[in-house]
Write a protein that binds this ligand. Structure first.
Ligand code: FES
Length: 155
């Protein structure tokens, strides 16, 4: 995923507010992600400096929590259920079809930022297996040929 220039001056107010507050790391990361949509790699050293931490400590927290992203996210998130019931009902072929259609793998985002494809364990609708979710919408008992129609609904 290639990115354009990032306006790092947006970091200043966040970092000034939490200068020297090691314990505020999670809130700072949440605010940074709220501002940029993800935590840019370029921000990590500046966050570490401001909070008097090592960059490796900041990086460790970003990679530990699944709520934080190091790359820009798509406007729409697709989740393909990998739970047991869905797996038995062939979500693997759905996942392969989505990956082929969008040209990305699980965990990646399309270059036009239209879609991110996220791994998911049980989505809680096992009776509808196989299940995928796009943003907050569930689609159950679907087959690969229905995917195109579904994805067209999301710009
Ligand atoms: S296993 Fe897929 S929704 Fe539960």
């Amino acid at each position: 995923m290639k990115g354009g220039a990032i306006d790092m001056s947006k970091l200043d107010p966040i970092l000034t507010k939490h200068e020297g507050q090691k314990e505020a790391l999670i809130s700072v990361l949440q605010e940074v992600q709220g501002e940029f949509g993800y935590v840019p790699e370029e921000a990590i050293e500046r966050i570490a400096d401001a909070l008097k931490l090592f960059p490796s400590q900041v990086y460790g927290v970003v990679t530990f929590y699944s709520q934080f992203y190091l790359t820009p996210r798509g406007r729409n998130t697709i989740r393909v259920c990998r739970g047991t019931d869905c797996h038995v009902q062939r979500t693997t072929s759905l996942l392969a079809a989505i990956e082929q259609t969008l040209g990305i793998k699980e965990g990646e985002t399309t270059d036009d930022l239209r879609f991110s494809l996220e791994p998911a364990t049980c989505l809680g609708k096992c009776s509808l297996a196989p299940v995928i979710m796009v943003n907050r919408d569930y689609y159950g008992k679907i087959v690969p040929r229905e995917l195109e129609t579904i994805l067209k609904r999301y710009e």
